[in-house]
Design a protein around this ligand. Structure first.
Ligand code: BGC
Length: 418
């Protein structure tokens, strides 16, 4: 008898719990992103757990492929079939493109309530807003002009970080003498483009980067300075290993972590892999600005765009956007991801030395006019132009076209894609 009453009560309680669970489960987000490496997934977990604590379910839609080219293809397919995901990781010009199509949600109320205008830097607002409306929630600021060095290999080579291209080549020669791969590079168009933009900045300086890449000036794109850029790219290629073709960026990072390679040029998401492998900046690895680019920052910012998927998802979308802009989340996420906060009012105390340097460099570059958008990561040109540049850069790096041909084709390809 007693057992019967208790089991009835228990069944009732279970029913209530189930109903409550069902009600909560309805509040969920489906998130399209390309954070599939170890470090990236660890950072994403911070967000997942944060939302789970608020009772918001997480439906994962990962699309592997650095810089998000494949993710954007997957997104087009979803939107075309009339079934866009709730929230999408997106970069710069892609945000503008989707906003123009009128398919994204408006975040103005939340932005006003949380005072985003005052704390999100102008360089990011440029992409988070469309026609004056907030349409994206910036998660972070990444930067691409970094070089990641294995500290033991660097010490063995004399311990002096290179400050310009000549010193970089001298260091890569020493790595070669050590019997390791001097430069771990993954031959994928976006990675070739990421290396290329650092070389453009190093060889030509910020004014040249702005002229050639941001303004897409035809003369700059075929200039003598650009010739030096391509010559340097050919020279760098001699320091890759035989298996570089098609390799994912995080596998190249792993080679440097394991000491099989000396260095990698890559954005600061690379640090996420080092941290994931329990390596420490200054002890196991050294982060420096790509030689010759000190004082300048090429940036990109991951932002979440909320698609207009109906009122029943709106609350979960707003909670997700609010969570992303929470200063505590900005610290928890970005210390794992390798990026720096998207807000200017977050202290650097919790960040490691590379993170502190990243924050300082960013603030200084913004103040001195030495901050510009990364082409390879969607913040300098629309995707069509970006991909046109990738084509030329990759063909040249793989020896399919000469430097003369690259200089001729680059302005043509850019003009055709505009
Ligand atoms: C994104 C980073 C990401 C990297 C590699 C970049 O475009 O901004 O968040 O870690 O691509 O996938």
């Amino acid at each position: 008898m007693k057992i019967g009453i208790f089991s009835k009560l228990a069944a009732g309680a279970a029913m209530i719990a189930l109903t409550a669970g069902a009600a909560k489960a309805q509040e969920s987000v489906e998130v399209l992103h390309w954070w599939t490496s170890g470090g990236e997934a660890a950072a994403l977990n911070v967000l997942k757990e944060n939302l789970q604590k608020q009772g918001i379910g997480w439906q994962d839609m990962p699309v592997a492929g650095g810089s998000g080219v494949q993710a954007m293809t997957a997104l087009r397919a979803r939107v075309t079939s009339g079934d866009p995901p709730t929230a999408v990781q997106m970069l710069g010009f892609d945000i503008k493109d989707w906003a123009e199509m009128g398919v994204v949600g408006n975040l103005n109320d939340l932005a006003t309530e949380q005072g985003w205008d005052k704390v999100i830097p102008a360089a990011l607002q440029e992409f988070s807003k469309f026609d004056g409306d907030w349409i994206a929630a910036p998660v972070n600021v990444h930067s691409t002009n970094w070089l990641w060095l294995n500290k033991a290999a660097l010490d063995k080579a004399g311990g002096e970080p290179p400050k310009n291209m000549d010193e970089l080549f001298a260091l890569l020669d020493k790595f070669k003498e050590q019997g390791i791969t001097p430069l771990a590079h993954g031959g994928q168009p976006w990675q070739d483009g990421t290396l290329w933009e650092s070389v453009v900045l190093s060889v030509g300086g910020m004014d040249f980067y702005k002229k050639a890449v941001i303004e897409a000036d035809a003369e700059a794109l075929s200039s003598d300075t650009m010739r030096q850029v391509f010559d340097n790219m050919s020279k760098l290629r001699e320091y890759f290993d035989a298996n570089f073709s098609g390799r994912d960026w995080n596998l190249s990072t792993a080679l440097v972590i394991e000491g099989q390679a000396g260095a990698q040029q890559m954005g600061d998401w690379s640090k996420g892999e080092w941290l994931r492998a329990e390596k420490k900046p200054g002890e196991d690895f050294v982060c420096i600005r790509f030689p010759g680019t000190q004082g300048s920052v090429l940036f990109n910012s991951d932002q979440f765009v909320m698609f207009d998927v109906g009122e029943d998802k709106r609350n979960a979308q707003l909670k997700m956007a609010a969570a992303v802009e929470d200063p505590a989340f900005q610290i928890a996420f970005n210390t794992v991801k390798g990026s720096v906060p998207a807000r200017t009012d977050v202290p650097d105390t919790e960040f490691d030395d590379c993170g502190k340097k990243g924050m300082k460099d960013l603030a200084e570059a913004a103040a001195s006019g030495n901050l510009a958008g990364s082409l390879a990561h969607g913040h300098a040109q629309p995707s069509s132009v970006k991909e046109a540049v990738f084509d030329v850069v990759t063909q040249h790096l793989n020896g399919q076209i000469t430097t003369d041909q690259a200089l001729e084709r680059l302005p043509q390809a850019v003009a055709a894609a505009q």
